[in-house]
Design a protein around this ligand. Structure first.
Ligand code: F0G
Length: 347
């Protein structure tokens, strides 16, 4: 069987009683960006997490969180989500035959993600409030009703997510010079940093990367240094004003000699188009914050020639078709005659 609990079971807190849950998550492609890398004169790859079974990196941590919830005797799981966590929670809960409750910020979840939570059979509750408020409610439900919370306040989530850093080192033979990653609730950047450190302790990498965390300007508490009460961005996955893992993320950036930076919605969408049109890779807007951040660094400060950079593409572009369709030209429609087609092709 493939999957995180099988491939990296020796590095995870599994016991005999932990169910070996799997949707064959992980082992996602590390794709060289041959065109953009040569433009920037760096050795650039993307970790394409959109290739996970529910289309985002969340599967890595969710498989462990749900397995541990079952081991602990949980009767149901709950989470708040900007969309991807809920898709993963719903899928693994379905697989494990466990009821799943998801709290989503009303009107702010991409359609593909909503469709996923519903088709996997979760009870979907739309909250008139932002993600941060929905998370407060999910925590309350967990405390009051004993539901297992599977947001990244659950330590198993971040443990499972370390596996992405391990895969990168396994494939490259060492850690990259820099890791560029979108930041919302700040769990993933913390998990990568812990993962790289774990691998160094095990002697599986000599060096550690500089961690570059990228936020959307309208939701950039870690860049501005204060919470955002009304976060807003086209990258709805990272529309978060009070990241619960802020302290760990700051530590990762400080210890690695990296930094946080913010990019505008225009930069995020431009990076999404560039990635699709020049490399054939379709990632959701939040994911493209990483590339947008890298382009910004290159423009403003330059990048040392030839360094090895991995940018994390956290979620699949198909999750949010509206974000793509809103920024591309209309298609051409013709009647069904050859003359009509010939005329269009000659333009
Ligand atoms: N990219 C995508 C596609 C995401 O869905 C998220 C978070 C992030 C980046 C940021 O990761 O929160 O660990 O810093 N999505 C969460 C969710 C909040 O509910 O799906 P983070």
């Amino acid at each position: 069987m493939r999957g995180i609990l099988f491939r990296y079971g020796d590095l995870l807190p599994l016991t005999k009683a932990t169910p070996r849950l799997s949707l064959c998550e992980g082992q996602t492609p590390l794709i060289p960006l041959t065109n953009l890398g040569s433009d920037l004169a760096v050795d650039l790859c993307v970790k394409f997490e959109g290739a996970n079974p529910t289309g985002s990196f969340k599967d890595r941590g969710m498989v462990l969180a749900v397995a541990k919830a079952i081991e602990g005797g949980a009767k149901a799981v709950v989470c708040a989500s900007t969309g991807n966590t809920s898709a993963a929670a719903a899928a693994y809960a379905a697989r494990a035959n466990l009821p799943c409750f998801v709290l989503l910020p009303s009107g702010k979840v991409a359609r593909g993600k909503l469709a996923q939570a519903l088709i996997y059979g979760a009870r979907v509750i739309s909250v008139r409030g932002n993600f941060d408020r929905a998370l407060d409610l999910a925590r309350k439900a967990s405390e009051e009703l004993g539901l297992a919370i599977v947001n990244s306040v659950n330590p198993y989530r971040l443990l499972g997510q370390q596996s992405a850093a391990w895969e990168i080192c396994d494939e490259l033979g060492e850690a990259p010079d820099r890791l560029v990653i979108p930041v919302g609730n700040a769990g993933n950047i913390s998990a990568y940093w812990a993962g790289f450190n774990r691998y160094r302790e095990l002697g599986r990498t000599r060096d550690l990367p500089q961690m570059i965390g990228v936020q959307a300007a309208g939701a950039s508490p870690l860049v501005e240094g204060h919470p955002f009460d009304e976060p807003e961005t086209v990258a709805t996955a990272i529309r978060i004003g009070r990241p619960v893992n802020a302290e760990k993320a700051k530590e990762a950036v400080r210890e690695s000699g990296g930094r946080f930076l913010a990019v505008s919605d225009e930069e995020i969408l431009a990076a999404q188009r560039l990635l699709a049109s020049r490399e054939g890779i379709f990632a959701e807007p939040a994911s493209c914050a990483s590339l947008a951040g890298l382009l910004r660094l290159h423009r403003e400060e330059g990048l040392p020639e030839g360094i090895r950079i991995v940018a994390v593409l956290t979620g699949n572009g198909l999750k949010d078709p509206d974000a793509a369709l809103n920024q591309v030209p209309e298609m051409v429609e013709i009647d069904d005659r050859w003359e009509s087609l010939r005329e269009v092709l000659a333009r």
